[in-house]
Design a protein around this ligand. Sequence first.
Ligand code: FAD
Ligand code: SIN
Length: 515
Amino acid sequence: MQRRTDFLVIGSGIAGLRAAADLAAAGDVVILTKADPDESNTGYAQGGIAAAVGSGDHPDLHAADTIAAGDGLCVEPAVRVLVEDGVRYARELVEWGARFDRDPSGALALAKEAAHKVRRVLHARDATGREIGRTLWNRVADQPKVRVERNARATSLIVRDGRCVGARFECDRGTEQIEAAAVLLATGGAGQVFRETTNPAVATGDGVTLAWHAGAQVADLEFVQFHPTALNVPGAPRFLLSEALRGEGAYLLNADGERFMTRYHPAGELASRDLVSRAIVLEQRRTGQPVFLSLQHLDADWVRQRFPTITKACHSAGFDLATDRISVGPAAHYIMGGVETDLWGRTTMPGLFAAGEVACTGVHGANRLASNSLLEGLVFGARAAQAMINPKNIDQMFSVRTTPSRPRKTKTSWPKSEGEVRTLMWRSVGLMREDASLGAAESQLESWYRALEPYLEKGGMDEARWRLATIVTVGWLIARAALRREETRGGHARSDFPGRDDVHFRIHIGESKES
Ligand code: FAD
Ligand code: SIN
């Protein structure tokens, strides 16, 4: 294996692949990907990718919806970049061969999702991520300068004189390392930190752990999005029942068959995700019964044809999507926070870039608007590539926008299992948080973190130890920030502080290991 490359990309979802497509025109690229190259959150994305391409739409309208969903915390210059560049990059995907659904006139068929005021979601039935992945892989596979290292798990970054110059990784050949002029973290999300999640097994927040250990700044980690409608059947995986179902008219019903959502929010089933998730939990608590998603009032053939992937998954779990009421509930889905970056994917560490779900551009604020994540990976993956190729062309300085979290010290202890950590996160750092249980969880997580820290310093862990170490690290950082934020905003809900407090908390909480 070569020891040096021009550009190192860690991760092969939408952000890593979109970056690689441009980087390959400027130099040699190595992509490290820790499992099968198609295994990523991108590969499971259902509803679609939002972009203001429709005739009645405009980037200003898309920006307004994004900012409203973000609950007062979006970084507005980042939002402008997302919605304006988003149109160009979404069209480019179509030029590159993405087969999005079209209406009978041949125009792109645009779907509606919650908290979007207009139809603006491009989709490929209910497997949009798979189609985008196929398109980008075709583009990258054409490039002779790209080399893909599959089953190659990055476990630490190489830092020399304060600059990131490469990464160490585990692969079938053992422990190896590679140096590069610029390194991109595109490692995706962290849903696996929680017991109940829509995310696949690879989503363990590795990029946050890698960056934190290297000394880069992380931010906004308390903001976790819990998707309201994951399949809620004991023993079955928390398969996602896309928001596009509600966009097409699906109802949320309580056990008495009532559409209860309007009691909690005037937008009903199409309120933003944080509000729908909390309403479902409140309704479950009020009635002591499950909550259901129902498409029984829609045309059954149309439902099966429009949502074939979800139809199949429901069938495997013993339900008919079109004719049965399906028990649903919230599950960890997306993390708004991550490695702090500027508008060009630069982190606080020279040589280290981040894009996609691992990054925190601030574009989503406290709560991400549906279908803005694929767009973020596409836009900021491309921009990070430009900055990696021509760092001198970017004149703005990076200014850190965060205020530091409170440091605390505890003893060390060892978790019994990964399951113990994920259950603690779900129960005490999940959808509804409050001081006592959050504080106890934070202390517990810190003591686990302190026990695992030496292994993170040393690197070279086997897969099980690595999963434990990254889940504990990211879980602890989420709990710390959640404890500090004494208000309810977007994805962060505190039962002891039920209101939004703009006087004290219109801030981004962040920290680095060095701070
Ligand atoms: P990912 O696509 O997750 O890719 C991360 C890559 O990094 C993977 O290849 C992984 O193997 C690799 N990796 C991780 N750690 C390491 C390591 N240590 N070393 C080497 N490689 C590593 N968003 C939308 O906008 N629209 C949707 O319709 C939508 N639907 C979704 C449905 C589901 C079920 C899920 C889970 C998410 C959905 N999302 C959706 C969110 C969206 O899919 C993700 O946020 C987005 O795809 C993230 O892209 P990414 O490139 O940042 O990361
Ligand atoms: C979904 O299809 O509901 C997921 C969309 C998203 O995460 O943006």
